[in-house]
Ligand binder design. Structure first.
Ligand SMILES: CC(C)(COP(=O)(O)OP(=O)(O)OC[C@H]1O[C@@H](n2cnc3c(N)ncnc32)[C@H](O)[C@@H]1OP(=O)(O)O)[C@@H](O)C(=O)NCCC(=O)NCCS
Length: 138
């Protein structure tokens, strides 16, 4: 298998990536264009492709000083438990040295614990109005 890992949004086929996510049952409703904007406005991104198309991605938000947030971490079901998820997250963490990195998930906490994350029980969050901002494009 030839795996190509990139850290740029240049050349990403957003429709193909969203198709891959949908077919793998990991889709939270963004259109390809909304997914593009989410990634273009992130601090760092990682995408992985093999001969069959997109197989993993991830992104991290950051203020560049002290706070960062991991989002949209995905590895295709057929390639899980081979270290690819760890590689994606380590590449993203390398872009935010010295920062407090958070994420909100109830899924796969063992995976994040294997990378050094600890559970914080006092997290608070809200969805500000209706989920997704339809005017968020550029
Ligand atoms: C979570 C996810 C990204 C992990 O990707 P991955 O490529 O399988 O992860 P890795 O192979 O790097 O796993 C590293 C370690 O994490 C732990 N781990 C990963 N998946 C696990 C699972 N399903 N159950 C228990 N431990 C797990 C293990 O310790 C693993 O090491 P090991 O395989 O040597 O035992 C992948 O399962 C995924 O995309 N899941 C669906 C999307 C999702 O839930 N994302 C997280 C919420 S945003």
């Amino acid at each position: 298998m030839s795996l190509e890992i990139s850290d740029t949004t240049d050349g990403v086929d957003w429709a193909a990536l969203k198709d891959a996510l949908r077919l793998d049952d990991f889709d939270n409703g963004r259109t390809p264009d909304q997914y593009r904007v989410s990634h273009e406005r992130s601090h760092a991104v990682v995408f992985a492709r093999d001969d069959g198309g997109y197989v993993a991605n991830g992104r991290i938000l950051s203020d560049g000083v002290c706070n960062a947030y991991l989002v949209d971490i995905w590895v295709a079901t057929r390639l899980r438990r081979r270290g690819l998820g760890g590689e994606i997250v380590r590449r993203l963490l390398a872009t935010v040295p010295g920062q407090h990195v958070a994420l909100l998930t109830a899924e796969r906490t063992e995976f994040y614990e294997s990378l050094g994350f600890g559970i914080e029980r006092e997290a608070l969050s809200l969805v500000n109005g209706e989920w997704l901002n339809p005017s968020a494009t550029r």
